[in-house]
Design a protein around this ligand. Structure first.
Ligand code: AHM
Ligand code: MG
Length: 334
């Protein structure tokens, strides 16, 4: 008797809860799941295939691109183009958004923002990396696609998720009704429901930040780091520090174990390093759906009005009380 539930079965089951749904979002999620399996296969053999090393090109932010970034980007764009449910893909690896013009995509109503391979500097040291995606509904199918279709606030997300390629590979997603996690069983090639209804407590006791940038942090963030390191029995401090340097992996750990992830403004990145559309909004949606909070220090990440595709923002995300404590300390210094 089969005791597990595959991602495909779960998606179909959830669709039945919406009697008027036509199944387009379900098919879109299924397509992302399939592309993720192909990317996973390549990530797993990264050390074997002659696929490591610089690709010799830079993305538009001047950052080094690895071969696997390019491969993942192509896989997701291909899957989304062929599926027929997506009219635009905005990828972190491309300057402009990509309109999908295939026979099957006429009148497609979904827009996908994707970071195909996040944390790619970790590829060649065999540390977890990830894919992050965010799905929006196009404003109107009667008008030609324009930037306003894509530059929507995070609160408009229809679904968001990530895949973490780690000790095991997992896909975690939300459609706004909680968060569910699926682990890839390589023996059958299926994502299986392993973490139903993921939730995050109000309190955590882990903080994740690149402390190498400490001298450049705003004073409120420095104060918060000191707060995390101080001894206090009633609040269970000092907290533990964990930083992988792959946002997906850091957030995934915090979802399971509790904790706050911080990427403030620094000298190198005065507006923060992480991208609103590709990294911050989707992860904010997931963390909020699990009961946590995501802020730029004074405002909710998902309420930021995007003005450009590759916009960056400071981000503080994780257990609600931890994020609120940080916000209080930032406010005290302004
Ligand atoms: P990438 O999209 O170029 O891979 O950069 C994003 C990554 C995040 O996964 C991670 O949290 C952050 O960059 C780490 O940055 P840093 O090395 O400055 O700590
Ligand atoms: Mg990234």
């Amino acid at each position: 008797m089969i005791r597990f539930k595959t991602l495909g079965q779960f998606i179909i089951e959830k669709q039945a809860e919406f009697p008027f749904a036509k199944g387009e979002l379900s098919r879109l999620l299924r397509d992302i799941g399939i592309a993720a399996k192909v990317v996973n296969r390549e990530v797993n053999k990264a050390g074997l295939a002659d696929i490591l090393g610089d690709y010799g090109a830079c993305n538009i932010q001047g950052e080094e691109q690895k071969k696997l970034d390019v491969f993942a980007d192509e896989q997701f764009i291909d899957a989304l183009s062929q599926g027929g449910e997506c009219c635009v893909v905005a990828s972190e690896e491309h300057d402009e958004y990509i309109k999908i013009n295939t026979a099957v995509s006429t009148n497609a109503k979904y827009i996908v923002c994707i970071d195909p391979l996040d944390g790619s500097s970790n590829i060649d040291v065999n540390v977890s990396i990830g894919t992050i995606f965010s799905i929006y509904r196009r404003e109107s199918i009667d008008k030609p696609i324009s930037a306003s279709d894509i530059l929507q606030k995070g609160i408009n997300q229809v679904a968001a998720g990530y895949i973490v390629y780690g000790a095991s590979t997992m896909m975690v997603y939300t459609t706004g009704k909680g968060v569910n996690g699926f682990t890839l069983d390589p023996s059958i090639g299926e994502f299986c429901l392993s973490h139903p209804q993921m939730t995050i407590n109000k309190e955590g006791r882990m903080y994740s930040i690149n402390e190498g940038n400490y001298v450049h942090f705003p004073q409120g963030v420095k104060n918060y780091i000191k707060y995390c390191q101080e001894e206090d029995v009633t609040t269970n401090r000092p907290y533990s520090s964990r930083y992988i340097g792959s946002m997906v992996a850091d957030i995934h750990r915090n979802l399971l174990k509790g904790g706050i992830f911080l990427y403030p403004a620094t000298a190198a990145y005065p507006n923060g390093k992480l991208r609103l559309m590709y990294e911050c909004n989707p992860l904010a949606f997931i963390v909020e759906q699990a009961g946590g909070k995501a802020s730029n220090g004074h405002a909710r990440i998902m309420e930021i009005n995007p003005t450009e595709l590759h916009q960056r923002t400071p981000i503080f995300i994780g257990n609600k009380n931890m994020v609120e404590q940080l916000e209080t300390m930032l406010a005290e210094e302004t």
